[in-house]
Design a protein around this ligand. Structure first.
Ligand SMILES: Cc1cc2nc3c(=O)[nH]c(=O)nc-3n(C[C@H](O)[C@H](O)[C@H](O)COP(=O)(O)OP(=O)(O)OC[C@H]3O[C@@H](n4cnc5c(N)ncnc54)[C@H](O)[C@@H]3O)c2cc1C
Length: 398
């Protein structure tokens, strides 16, 4: 074994860095964080980049610069976990030992699960703002459109920040309106659920914008195949079981997503569970069978909508409960299912949805209807949150 740590964290994204920083603040000393990438990404800005409202460089910093002081960076991929030996196997062939393990490697994209999708998003007419490298291409395609058909799709199943699939679409519609070409562009939004989001207050606000921009909304529907050369997207309505072929001039597709493949093969998911997410108690975020294993963020089998906003609460819960467990105390802090989705419904306004794991409104400031389209919410999402992220969240202070 190459090294033994008090706490090993798998994944140095939003969850892993903010959790490691918070644990350090709480006095935990010997932490190892496994993260293979050189660059850290603030993913919520991908939507703004794709909508022409943020520069690429605002969404990325070197991983070295965001690593909490005193935390050992293990620059490698975790490939397996042995919960009996309390070790993590790495792609390089070495092994690290832990007393406590925190598993937060995020989600994986399943480009292969829709025939033709991978080819389409790399073709001259397709892109996806869910990939950092493709987000600027989305804006270049959308901003150069003057007529034709633009199709925006969201897959069914677990995804990061579900509402984010809609954001570049509204930003583009507002831009086309400014340019005087909106009425020459057919905009189709493909949505797998019965309503545009799922919270009546938010749905009403989004539906108002959909009518305002003249967007064609396909509910209960998803992309099932793409012919990249012919620029044809096949959409299936899952209720009527009918399909429709849409010829597009621009396609922005969000890929289907799942738990990482290697994680599914460990004994961390629920036995017999099909989805592969880490089987934690949804309140304490402690593993149901392994008391020294914890999970948070997109890879945890929690019931909330997966988003960075949820991590603002989850990080504190895991850090407090893990520290308590090290002292032989029960985990007392509970996660309440809180999550967020800021919809950029124009180039200067946001509909800010805050809700619990039953999609019931859960505003941070009680009685303030944040789901109403607002310029203040735009400022919070576009200006304040990135600063809070880099300077407070990643430092374990928010
Ligand atoms: C386009 C887009 C828009 C979004 N908009 C919003 C928004 O407006 N508001 C909001 O709250 N959330 C938003 N999100 C969601 C938010 O970014 C995620 O929910 C959040 O980043 C989850 O954090 P995480 O640490 O679980 O996963 P990630 O931040 O994805 O981090 C996972 C890390 O694990 C690493 N990793 C992967 N595999 C391994 C391995 N085998 N070994 C070691 N490390 C590994 C990865 O390299 C990565 O650094 C958005 C996401 C996207 C893509």
């Amino acid at each position: 074994m190459s090294h033994q740590y008090d706490v090993v964290v798998i994944g140095g994204g939003n969850a892993g860095v903010s959790l490691a920083a918070r644990l350090s603040r709480y006095g935990v000393k010997n932490i190892g964080l496994i993260e293979p990438k050189d660059h850290h990404l603030y993913q919520p800005l991908f939507s703004h980049i794709a909508g022409g409202r943020a520069a690429v460089k605002e969404a990325t910093r070197s991983q070295a610069s965001v690593m909490p002081k005193g935390v050992a960076w293990i620059k490698d991929h975790a490939v397996d976990v042995d919960t009996k030996a309390n070790t993590v196997m790495l792609a390089s062939g070495s092994t690290v030992g832990y007393h406590h393990l925190v598993v937060c490697p995020g989600l994986q994209y399943r480009w292969d699960s829709v025939p033709g999708l991978a080819e389409a998003v790399h073709s001259p007419y397709g892109a996806s703002h869910y990939e950092f490298e493709l987000a600027p291409k989305v804006w270049s395609l959308l901003s150069s459109m003057r007529s034709g058909t633009a199709v925006f799709t969201m897959p069914s199943g677990p995804i990061k920040c579900g509402g984010a699939s809609q954001k570049p679409m509204y930003l583009a519609c507002d831009y086309w309106r400014e340019q005087g070409v909106l009425d020459k562009i057919r905009v189709v939004m493909v949505q797998p659920y019965p309503t545009v989001f799922g919270i009546p207050e938010v749905d009403r606000e989004l539906e108002r914008k959909i009518v305002e921009y003249g967007i064609e909304l396909r509910t209960n529907s998803e992309l099932v195949a793409v012919d990249a050369a012919g620029r044809r997207a096949t959409i299936r309505n899952n209720v009527t079981n009918t399909t429709e072929d849409l010829t597009y001039d621009v396609l922005n597709a969000v890929p289907p997503q799942s738990a990482p493949e290697w994680l599914k093969a460990t004994d961390l998911p629920a036995p017999g569970g099909q989805d592969g997410f880490v089987h934690v108690d949804t309140e304490t975020l402690r593993h149901v069978r392994h008391s020294n294993v914890w999970s948070l963020g997109d890879a945890a089998a929690t019931t909330n909508s997966k988003a960075g906003g949820a991590l603002r609460k989850q990080t504190k819960v895991v850090a407090k409960n893990l520290v308590a467990a090290r002292q032989g105390k029960p985990p007392a802090m509970k996660y309440d299912g809180y999550s967020v989705c800021p919809f950029t419904v124009s180039r200067t306004t946001v509909v800010f949805a805050e809700f619990d794991d039953h999609y019931r409104p859960m505003p941070t400031i009680p009685k303030v209807p944040t789901w109403k389209e607002s310029r203040v919410s735009w400022w919070v999402d576009r200006i304040m949150f990135p600063q809070v992220y880099w300077h407070m969240i990643l430092k374990g202070r928010a």
